[in-house]
Design a protein around this ligand. Structure first.
Ligand code: Q46
Ligand code: ZN
Ligand code: ZN
Length: 323
């Protein structure tokens, strides 16, 4: 992490609104600048509010945190533990090269080792299933690494949550991630995705509830939290993310935000409001019949094997029915 990036969000001569000390962050959309100590108090309060507002989970529920080793997932795990939740971590080693996966796993393990009571489970894709993501993408020519990766991660997370008796899977998606996906879904008018993009996806038999407790925080806020808290996270993006459309959308949204503060919140909260209050994107034929996969038992819309099991069985390229 370069110091210039750090200084870019530090308000060099900006004072903490609460104590008058030197601010480490100036959050224009809230008209709020805070010193390190007050920022570390403010962030968990925002997360606790989001958990309550969107009814993500209760104080006695067991949460499985998807821990990549990046700033968002480690900050999320740290915050949930700090709030007193029973939150365990699951890291999936994707077998991505250039040291990316090895470093990511090392950060996740170091984080857990430094916190007594923080249990981390690691699933090594190549060791447990026979191939990492780059190799899978080579084997399945025509499939993009990220699309395979997304499906593989969803499947393994769900399997771990269901077999481990967890009440919910928590991921570190922040507001910037959500608005970038929202822009993409809107440009494509992907109505089925717009109907489901939410802070909480309720569970159903065989499918764990999915929650996004950082959904009201911006990326620079989660990064600042991790830095001020001294969390050692992997700074580099996955090499496969280079040139990803969502990164481009994030840039565009940040430009819009520069012109008009609060655009990101307006866009995202507008979606939730349009759906919940105005009935947008509701469809009567949304309910699809699910069957248990013949191999792993996870629910799938396709008869026979789910997309994950077909992948390893060398089956069809069709991934319809993946959950
Ligand atoms: S880890 Fe996997 Fe991302 Fe890497 S291969 Fe693509 S989807 S970019 S969140
Ligand atoms: Zn202060
Ligand atoms: Zn299966």
């Amino acid at each position: 992490m370069s110091s210039s990036w750090w200084l870019s969000f530090r308000g060099a001569d900006v004072k903490c609104k609460l104590c008058g000390g030197t601010a480490v962050i100036n959050m224009h959309q809230h008209r709020l600048s805070l010193c390190g100590e007050h920022f570390l108090q403010w962030v968990p309060v925002q997360v606790a509010r989001a958990i309550k507002k969107y009814r993500m989970f209760g104080p006695d529920e067991r949460i499985l945190v998807a821990v990549s080793g990046g700033k968002d997932s480690l900050a999320l795990w740290d915050i949930l533990l700090g709030l007193g939740y029973h939150a365990d971590g699951l890291h999936i080693n994707l077998g991505v090269g250039n040291g990316y996966s090895a470093e990511s796993q090392a950060r996740a393990e170091a984080f857990a080792a430094a916190r007594p009571g923080a249990a981390l489970r690691v699933v090594d894709l190549a060791r447990e299933y026979g191939a990492g993501i780059p190799e899978l993408a080579r084997m399945r020519r025509g499939r993009k690494a990220c699309s395979l990766c997304g499906m593989v991660k969803r499947h393994i997370m769900n399997q771990a949550a269901c077999s481990g008796g967890y009440d919910a899977i928590a991921t570190g998606h922040n507001l910037d991630d959500e608005v970038a996906v929202l822009l993409q879904n809107t440009l494509r008018w992907s109505v089925s995705y717009l109907a489901r993009q939410a802070p909480v996806l309720p569970g159903e038999p065989g499918l764990a509830r999915k929650v996004k407790p950082l959904v009201r925080l911006r990326e620079r806020e989660t990064a600042a939290y991790a830095l001020v808290r001294g969390i050692d996270y992997i700074y580099d993006e996955c090499p496969h993310a280079e040139g990803a459309t969502t990164l481009f959308y994030k840039e565009i949204l940040s430009q819009l935000e520069t012109r008009s503060r609060g655009t990101k919140e307006m866009f995202y909260l507008g979606l939730l409001d349009a759906r919940e209050q105005q009935g947008a994107f509701r469809s009567d034929d949304e309910k699809v019949e699910m069957h248990p996969c013949a191999r792993c038992g996870q629910p799938t819309t396709a008869p026979g094997l789910c997309a994950f099991c077909r992948l390893w069985a060398g089956g069809t390229k069709d991934t319809q029915g993946e959950v």
